[in-house]
Design a protein around this ligand. Structure first.
Ligand SMILES: C[S@@+](CC[C@H](N)C(=O)[O-])C[C@H]1O[C@@H](n2cnc3c(N)ncnc32)[C@H](O)[C@@H]1O
Length: 291
């Protein structure tokens, strides 16, 4: 096994693939079903040819490994990915964990039914993970991409969540019905500015959908669009949560505060970047006030 591992690392290094050691171990785990124990005991790799040919394809195409495998892991579950979907990122787990904390808070006294809206659901990784790790919660995932929604549906089916996660094609809120409101709205929207998009790594730019990444107005397009309409869709006392790009959190907090929300959390990722913003709906329509 060590011999095969070294050959894989060599193939990847020859094409300057980053994190060659980590990727080599992933290839052995996923293509040869090698466990940590197999690795420690240096067991023979039965399908070395297949393993090496996968490594060569990865090195030549420079595709993200999840795209070549056809899946990636998120919150411990396997999610199908295709060229139409963003590969779920580790930092997005922070957003899911924060949303799950809000679910717990809202269900503190009783496990009452809650509704969650996931805007820009992609593979459905956020929607499915929230449903999977909570009780009595229904999630609606919306996306503008029909192809992404087909992948999201497959993921929900595989995770046996089809009764609790539904999807709808929608340009942000466009397909929501009058009066449809949610306890929690969550979104990891496209947030890369035109300027930053130009400098993105080619493994991202060449293989992940532009519509999942790029946002006008210096990256704030979707935050502006969502926040300006959000008070119609978030219940009083409910929450809105966003993943944000580097240095975007403070401006997003200001937008939220100006639009009927009170910021409750700003959570940093492992690199110290303010990655997630959560805010509570505190605005009451005048005609809803009772004296
Ligand atoms: C950054 S990706 C997030 C994907 C997934 N939620 C995740 O976290 O891995 C943004 C998603 O927003 C979707 N999207 C882009 N424009 C949209 C729009 N106008 N309305 C709804 N979804 C949109 C893209 O298709 C993409 O799936």
């Amino acid at each position: 096994m060590k011999k095969t591992l070294n050959k894989v690392v060599e193939i990847l290094n020859a094409q300057n693939i980053d994190e060659a050691n980590v990727k080599a171990r992933i290839i052995l785990r996923e293509i040869a079903n090698m466990t940590v124990e197999d690795m420690l005991l240096d067991r023979e790799v039965k399908n070395e040819d297949e393993v090496l040919s996968f490594a060569q394809k990865l090195a030549q195409t420079k595709m993200p490994i999840q795209q070549l495998l056809g899946f990636g892991y998120f919150m411990g579950e396997k999610f199908k990915v295709t060229p139409d979907t963003l590969i779920p990122r580790d930092e997005t787990e922070i957003l899911v964990k924060c949303a799950l904390d809000k679910v717990k808070e809202l269900q503190k006294d009783e496990i009452k039914p809650l509704s969650v809206l996931d805007i820009g659901t992609g593979t459905g990784a956020i929607a499915c993970s929230i449903a999977k790790n909570s009780q009595n919660v229904e999630v609606l995932g919306v996306d503008i991409s029909s192809n992404a929604l087909m992948v999201a549906l497959e993921n929900a089916q595989k995770l046996d969540l089809i009764k609790r996660v539904v999807y709808r094609k929608s340009d942000i809120f466009s397909a929501l019905r009058e009066g449809e409101v949610f306890d929690i709205v969550v979104s990891n929207p496209p947030y890369i500015s035109e300027k930053d998009y130009k400098n993105l790594d080619t493994t991202v730019k060449d293989f992940e959908p532009k519509t999942a990444l790029l946002a006008k107005n210096d990256g704030y397009e979707f935050y502006e669009k969502i926040i300006s309409q959000a008070k119609k869709y978030v219940k009083y006392g409910g929450y809105i949560l966003f993943e944000c790009g580097q240095n975007q959190a403070q401006k997003i907090c200001m937008m939220l505060e100006r639009n009927g929300f009170q910021v409750s959390d700003v959570v940093r990722d492992l690199a110290g970047i303010e990655r997630v913003v959560a805010a509570q709906m505190i605005f009451i329509e005048e005609d809803e006030l009772t004296f």
